[in-house]
Design a protein around this ligand. Structure first.
Ligand code: ADP
Ligand code: MG
Length: 436
């Protein structure tokens, strides 16, 4: 039975994981003929987290007790419901204790670099000592750069210290508010949002133009702030840039600390890819990691999507993960970028990065720095544009294009020999591919 199963698994896991997540598993079906055990839980994050972390352990529990090792399937409750229904029921039933957080969004799994260092430190500070410093904490930045991850990391950390946490997107807050008005149950709503230690609100830019929600949020904010409870918000822009946000909220949002998350630099991107592939159990060579980091633009979410595709192709098509396979997967992405990069862009970028005059690259000068820059331009032009060798020779005002292929060969050799040079090239590629 479910009870027996839970007591078995409880013995094998740590208290925190069990109390917070595993306890929620409900055994729906166990079929010895089909060799399968089906469980249900309330949300997809918990489902996929348990799946990735505990499948083996669950199988072992079955093995120990009834001597079969079934496949494990973890579904959402009542999968027949529409997404909307599930979401609504979650919001309505959500008590502070059952705040829906993705357990894998932790401080540990977040890669820190110059682009997010300050937001990370501030988040860690408010998670450890809520309500004392930086209240509210306002984190802003572009899509897919880790705002939700950091916000939920605060929540997960605070939950571990037995704080009450509410995490909602501003849209959930609004739905909850409207629902409570309709049900004439505002008391419950206010009690819920004003009795927590931390209120974490995601994507507050969507407050834009929602006057009655702004009004209600204003009161929630004041209550919590007066009671020295921690408020953390994220947004894709600064408070002052949120159109249709009333001034009194704008100014309150800036009372504490406002900090941004920027686009990660190449090294941080590489570190994030390494971390994500490790977490997903994918083994990528250094070459593949650099290739992904330099090819894809800034959104980490997009990079994660690629890692999932790599993993899926590898297991479904039984392919070996190598550079060529990854290049193939990203073909469309690269092609799209190629159309956007023009020869003059390459010259001006290389010139400015290497501190020489753009006009020198087209000149007859033969100093080593100019020759080096010219070689890099040629290489990048071949790699990143559709121009032929004669096209490039003509553009650079060179007499014949045989020296183009000579230059290409030399650069390729250098890249193989010299790790530092390779990084310089990758960085340039990265900048060209990601130019606005
Ligand atoms: P946002 O809310 O800013 O749009 P998310 O927090 O949803 O972005 O991040 C998108 C994905 O990228 C998430 O899976 C997140 O774990 C991952 N991610 C972003 N930044 C980092 C980082 N610095 N370290 C690890 N993972 C990151
Ligand atoms: Mg987000």
């Amino acid at each position: 039975t479910n009870k027996e199963f839970l007591s078995l698994i409880q013995k094998e896991t740590n208290k925190n994981d069990f109390e917070r997540y595993l306890k929620q598993l409900v055994l729906k079906k166990l079929s010895i003929e089909e060799n399968i055990a089906i469980f249900e839980v309330a949300n997809k994050y918990i489902a996929s987290w348990i799946k990735s972390k505990y499948t083996n352990l669950i199988q072992n529990c079955f093995e120990k007790s009834i001597n079969i090792k079934p496949d494990i399937e973890i579904r959402l409750f009542g999968e027949k419901k529409t997404k909307k229904e599930i979401q609504n029921s979650l919001i309505q039933n959500q008590s502070p204790e059952s705040t829906i957080l993705n357990p894998s969004y932790t401080f540990d799994s977040f890669v820190v670099g110059p682009s997010n260092q300050m937001a990370y430190n501030a988040a860690l500070a408010v998670a450890s000592k809520p309500g004392i410093q930086y209240n509210p904490l306002f984190i802003y930045g572009g899509t897919g750069l880790g705002k939700t991850h950091i916000l939920q990391a605060i929540g997960n950390h605070a939950l571990e210290n037995d704080k009450t946490v509410i995490y909602v997107t501003i849209e959930q807050f609004m739905n909850d508010f409207i629902f409570s008005i309709n049900k004439k149950n505002m008391e419950h709503f206010r009690e819920k949002y004003r009795n927590c230690d931390l209120l974490l609100i995601d994507d507050v830019q969507f407050l834009s133009g929602k006057e009655s929600t702004q009004e209600e949020f204003f009161h929630t904010f004041n209550e919590l702030h007066n009671a020295k409870k921690q408020i953390v918000m994220t947004s894709d822009r600064l408070p002052s840039q949120i159109a249709g946000l009333v001034d009194r909220l704008k100014s309150r949002f800036e009372w504490g600390l406002t900090t941004d998350i920027q686009i990660p630099k190449l090294e941080t991107k590489i570190a994030i890819i390494e971390k994500k592939s490790e977490l997903n159990g994918i083994n990528l060579s250094r070459d593949i990691v650099s290739f992904i980091a330099t090819t894809l633009d800034s959104s980490i979410r997009e990079i994660e999507g690629v890692l999932i595709r790599i993993n899926a192709s590898a297991s479904l098509l039984n392919l070996e993960i190598n550079l060529q396979m990854v290049q193939n997967l990203l073909k469309d992405q690269i092609k799209e970028n190629k159309e956007n990069i023009k020869l003059p862009d390459i010259i001006s970028l290389v010139a400015s990065e290497l501190n020489i005059k753009p006009s020198d690259i087209k000149s007859k000068k033969r100093t080593s720095s100019v020759a080096n820059a010219r070689r890099i331009v040629i290489y990048l032009a071949r790699e990143l544009t559709h121009n032929s060798m004669p096209d490039i020779a003509k553009f650079l005002e060179m007499k014949d294009h045989s020296s183009i292929s000579h230059n290409m060969k030399k650069t390729t050799e250098l890249i193989e020999k010299d790790e530092n040079f390779k990084l310089i090239i990758q960085n340039l590629k990265n900048k060209l591919i990601n130019k606005e």
